[in-house]
Write a protein that binds this ligand. Structure first.
Ligand SMILES: NC(=O)c1ccc[n+]([C@@H]2O[C@H](COP(=O)([O-])OP(=O)(O)OC[C@H]3O[C@@H](n4cnc5c(N)ncnc54)[C@H](O)[C@@H]3O)[C@@H](O)[C@H]2O)c1
Length: 329
């Protein structure tokens, strides 16, 4: 396949480029390099690297590709709340416009990095794709609007596929520690405590960032009639966890760390346990290559190997909100 990946230098995108190239696909990456200098380990380069804002792309840029995998976004709840206009501009308007450009250029398949956060304040447990949207942040609203706008463009020649991804965790060469699992593990590793900001009860579906990349590739190759214009939850039923379960797993890896409930965010309104049956019905051969235990173990080993420090934990390199604020200055 000839694939155009946006956000290819990000936490998930860097795995995606690596996996696509390993499978022999031709990869063009397009990324504004917001987080240049924030690498944890060296990144595999795309065959063609465009240092462009997705909002400036035209059909000419996209002509000749089999598939667009669109990951570029302001990828963070807190950032969305601080700078809502940038979030809506890139995540919603930019995404819908990019899908229009791809359709105009004759690209057959458009895979969008959506999010299970569209369920937000879940109305019940085990939400499937028919559940109501209930977003509780500008970021999540931008994902609802984008997927809704993109799906309107579907026709006989243009197939959008919306991946409603679980919350990612785990090692990536473009590491983030602002995601719940990585944050709890990094905090325990560098400070010796496991700081839970809510009461620990909210449910979250979790998935290794490399498994999200694997799902993108599997869906790009799936028969068109199975996946055309579908929204699909990406994760596994067994990988729904309460935040306190994650804390207990951190404690197993770092037994000396103490669990501290800071109560900073009161009762977290984001609470969703998700059902993933559709993914496995559509892709019977797809399996996650990690579970939370193996993914956390791998990241813990990387922290030891790379001597991840308190300065790393407290600095801006691995925290999107801090890095972006510095960049926007
Ligand atoms: N990480 C998660 O837990 C998670 C969960 C669900 C969905 N997602 C979605 O998956 C996608 C990738 O997430 P991530 O964790 O890799 O994020 P990330 O912040 O690590 O990567 C995003 C990349 O997009 C680039 N980018 C941002 N705006 C751009 C623009 N206008 N033009 C070009 N490039 C731009 C950034 O430079 C960055 O490299 C995002 O759309 C995110 O919303 C992530």
């Amino acid at each position: 396949m000839k694939v155009f990946v946006t956000g290819h230098k990000g936490y998930i995108g860097s795995h995606l480029v690596d996996l696509l190239k390993q499978e022999g696909h031709s990869v063009t990456g397009c990324d504004l390099s917001f987080y240049e200098g924030c690498e944890f380990e060296p990144l595999v380069k795309a065959d063609i690297e465009l240092d462009k804002d997705i909002r400036t792309l035209t059909p000419d840029d996209l002509e000749g590709y089999d598939c667009v995998m669109h990951l570029a976004a302001i990828s963070n709840d807190p950032m969305g709340d601080i700078n809502t206009s940038l979030t809506y501009n890139i995540n919603r308007n930019g995404s819908i416009n990019l899908a229009k450009m791809a359709k105009h250029a004759g690209v057959g398949r458009f895979l969008f990095a959506g999010s299970c956060s569209v369920y937000g304040k879940g109305e019940k447990l085990d939400l499937d794709e028919s559940a109501n949207f209930n977003p509780v942040s500008a970021y999540a609203i931008s994902k609802v609007d984008a997927e809704t706008g993109i799906k309107k463009l579907a026709d006989a020649d243009f197939s959008p596929i919306i991946l409603r991804n679980s919350t990612a965790y785990g090692y990536s060469p473009m590491l983030r520690i602002d995601l719940v699992v990585n944050n709890l593990l990094a905090c325990a590793f560098t400070r010796g405590d496991i700081r839970i900001m809510s009461d620990g009860t909210p449910w979250r579906p979790l998935i290794h960032c490399r498994d999200i990349a694997r799902a993108f590739i599997a869906l790009a190759k799936a028969p068109r009639e199975d996946v055309h214009n579908r929204s699909i939850n990406i994760g596994a039923n067994s990988e729904n966890y309460q935040v306190k379960d994650v804390a207990n797993k951190v404690k197993k890896l770092i037994p000396n760390a103490n669990v501290v409930f800071t109560g900073e965010v009161g009762s977290d309104p984001r609470n969703y346990r998700v059902n993933f049956d559709l993914l496995y019905k559509l892709l019977p051969n797809f399996k996650l290559s990690y579970n939370l235990d193996s993914g956390m173990e791998e990241l813990h080993k990387k922290f030891i190997k790379n001597k991840f420090s308190l300065a790393d934990f407290e600095g801006s390199k691995y925290i999107r909100l801090k890095a972006l604020k510095e960049r926007l200055k």
